[in-house]
Design a protein around this ligand. Sequence first.
Ligand SMILES: [Fe+2]
Ligand SMILES: [Fe+2]
Length: 143
Amino acid sequence: MTNIFDALKDSHQKQRLLIDALLKTSGDSHTRREFYQQLKTELKDHAIAEERFFYKPLIESDQTIDLTRHGIAEHHAIDKVLAELDDTPFDSPAWLTLMKTLEHKVSHHLEEEELRFFQVAGKALSERQKTSLAKKYEQHRDR
Ligand SMILES: [Fe+2]
Ligand SMILES: [Fe+2]
């Protein structure tokens, strides 16, 4: 059975692939528009589901409250860059610069979640919670 960490990592991998692909696009192309739309949806849906089904039980514990609050702040920082990208024409040189900023913030965030947060959470959550949260996260994602 899938646990919450595998479910979250699936989306992280998708985010990484889309950002890599986007950094190789140029100008106002169909590919750039299409991948950007996919990335935005992935980032936003993931952050909401992650906060609801992963951060939420962890914000209640002294061990994990700081990591949770930090993670939520990073989700906001990522949203801010997305909003700037939305306001920037696809063929502007500033677009690629912003995409690099996004890449930087997202890869830092994912690394911190996977290497630090998931380790601490692995101890704070029961095995049953890990699978039931994965189920809820996936139901929400596929709705
Ligand atoms: Fe995540
Ligand atoms: Fe996150």
